[in-house]
Design a binder for this molecule. Structure first.
Ligand SMILES: [Fe+2]
Ligand SMILES: [Fe+2]
Length: 150
């Protein structure tokens, strides 16, 4: 496993959970709660591990344009972090819950696309295949630690 495969597999899973939520209605309270709890566990662990293993490493070595892309990525993570507790404070039967989750989904789809197009290219350019394997191990270990602590 290399880091790009690991990230891509998480991205697929995250998009799937959000699509599952989109397929529910405001009457499916329990289903929405359990899907959103799963989403939160996955996204928080993914984002923190990704920041530590990928963003932090790239930030100091890439050129200005690429650095700007990474800083935007951090801001998108931050916005998702802010929206999560707001969503948790609402009932999934509230139409505002639906609106906020839709915004998270749209933002994350855009975010994932930028990561897979632009940040993956930086990773391929800056690190050799052995480093990509080591990064994947660190990423998985950090994610597991984060999930245990949650
Ligand atoms: Fe991300
Ligand atoms: Fe990601």
């Amino acid at each position: 496993m290399n880091i790009l495969t690991a990230l891509k597999s998480d991205h697929k899973e995250l998009k799937k959970i959000l699509e599952d939520i989109e397929g529910t209605t405001e009457r499916a309270e329990k289903k929405r709660l359990s899907l959103f709890a799963k989403f939160k566990d996955e996204i928080v662990a993914h984002a923190r591990a990704e920041e530590s293993v990928v963003y932090e490493k790239l930030k100091g070595i890439v050129d200005k344009d690429d650095r700007d892309t990474i800083l935007e990525g951090y801001e998108e993570h931050y916005l998702v972090d802010k929206l999560i507790p707001e969503i948790e404070n609402l009932s999934p039967m509230d139409e505002v819950w639906t609106a906020k989750v839709t915004v998270v989904k749209e933002m994350l789809e855009h975010h994932i696309k930028e990561e897979e197009d632009e940040i993956f290219a930086m990773v391929r350019k800056e690190f050799d295949p052995d480093a990509l394997e080591i990064m994947a191990e660190r990423f998985e270990a950090l994610k597991a630690k984060k999930k245990r602590a949650a």
